[in-house]
Design a protein around this ligand. Structure first.
Ligand SMILES: [Zn+2]
Length: 214
């Protein structure tokens, strides 16, 4: 599996700090279980997370101290990354905890034309849903209020701008107009999470925000 679209650093940091709504938590945990790169990056954030996210007053942190902290992130050995949890069926372990291990165990609702969805039981701050889109079909309009993250579990979809295959994450917001279509060949299964816009300024120090250009 070649993953081309990853979790952004600010979202990984928010995940490490336990600040995400359950639906986003689930999608990050599922991607991380599939992606060596994000797992290593998350381990680095967790290792220094206390200092970066909680312990430091970003405004008073000197440039040298910030640089030292960030260089520690860069230098973290990848070996500290946890091994991924694997479930036996189609769904990675974090997701299997919600829906079981195979397609038949999911409580699907038909949306017509072969498209199915299942809303997962999460806290109300955001909504997680599993979507099943037949090969070659258009993705249903599932609303773009606030931030939306989509993780491809099987198959692939494309829009005007890009292609998303297994393990890839797409970020979209309400300003984004697109009409994704699932590729021919294999039915597409995605996990999506949607909510109001995340307020990153409450999650990470402003200096770190600037560094990541968010
Ligand atoms: Zn990744």
């Amino acid at each position: 599996m070649t993953i081309r679209h990853h979790i952004t650093d600010p979202v990984l940091m928010a995940y490490a700090a336990g600040e995400l709504a359950e639906a986003f938590n689930l999608i990050v945990a599922t991607h991380v279980s599939m992606c060596d790169d994000c797992r290593a990056q998350l381990a680095a954030f967790e290792a220094v997370g206390g200092a970066v996210i909680e312990g430091q007053d970003a405004v008073s942190m000197s440039g040298a101290a910030l640089e030292a902290t960030l260089s520690r992130i860069e230098l973290m050995p990848q070996a500290t990354a946890r091994a991924p949890a694997r479930a036996s069926g189609i769904f990675p372990a974090p997701l299997a905890d919600y829906v079981g291990t195979d397609l038949a165990s999911v409580g699907w609702t038909s949306l017509g034309a072969g498209v199915r969805q299942a809303i997962l039981p999460t806290d109300r701050r955001a909504t997680a849903r599993l979507l099943y889109i037949p090969a070659g079909a258009r993705m249903p309009d599932h609303g773009h209020r606030g931030l939306e993250m989509t993780l491809v579990l099987q198959g692939a979809f494309s829009d005007q701008n890009d292609r998303f295959g297994p393990g890839d994450i797409e970020f979209a917001d309400e300003g984004m107009e697109h009409t994704p279509v699932s590729e021919m060949g294999q039915d597409c299964i995605c996990l999506t999470a949607t909510d109001a816009p995340l307020r990153f300024n409450t999650l990470v120090p402003r200096l770190v925000q600037g560094w990541f250009r968010i």
